[in-house]
Design a protein around this ligand. Sequence first.
Ligand code: ADP
Ligand code: MG
Length: 220
Amino acid sequence: MNDSELIKLQTRCVSHEIRNHVSICEMYTEILRKNLDRDGYKNDSVENAIECIKKSLKIIGNSLIDLKAANNLSMQNCDFKNLVEEGVRLAEAYTAGKDIKITCLIKNSCIIFADTNKFLACMVNIIKNATEAIEIKGEINVIAEVKGSAAHLKISNNGKMISPEKQKEIFKEGFTTKNTGSGLGLHICKSNLEAQNAVLKLNKSTGKLTEFEIIFPVTK
Ligand SMILES: Nc1ncnc2c1ncn2[C@@H]1O[C@H](COP(=O)(O)OP(=O)(O)O)[C@@H](O)[C@H]1O
Ligand SMILES: [Mg+2]
């Protein structure tokens, strides 16, 4: 086994191990919540703590998807609508602490040939960026539509705009404007999508709206 195969194997084993324990934490959080409801125990700070634990578990789960997505492509036929809905559900964990409304409109569906984990990681990354562009209150719109032989997914937000100079840089490896950013999100999303014969582009960024679009070829 060469070095890169060994790293992949270890990544899979460690992710699997973390996933198991995240599942245990999720299960016990649900049990706690049910027991408190059953006993009629009401306490805002306990309620808040349970919500925070659930959100953190979701974020750990999302990071595991990122880890899995770092491996080789694993393509399969999947329902466009189901994937988009799942991506929105996963990304909702990032709206914590802000007043952000995510609206998802799925006009129609089709089958696309895609790597599910990489597709979801990409959606989560774009929606996470959108939540970070919104200071306190804002909206994120996700619109899925099949037109002819292409499945289009538009993700937009009404947060701060990307200046025309920065628009040229955002897909470059390591480009970030955030103190704690890695600048890898969009770069990895774009190359992962291109490896799946899909496209990622920034349609526009103005003071009113920033919109990214993913385009996949329709399989059937
Ligand atoms: N929806 C968005 N609104 C405003 N700026 C964005 C948006 N998405 C990406 N950007 C800009 O693109 C840069 C690169 O994004 P990304 O590759 O995800 O790296 P990171 O989030 O670690 O900075 C961000 O630092 C930000 O300046
Ligand atoms: Mg990012």
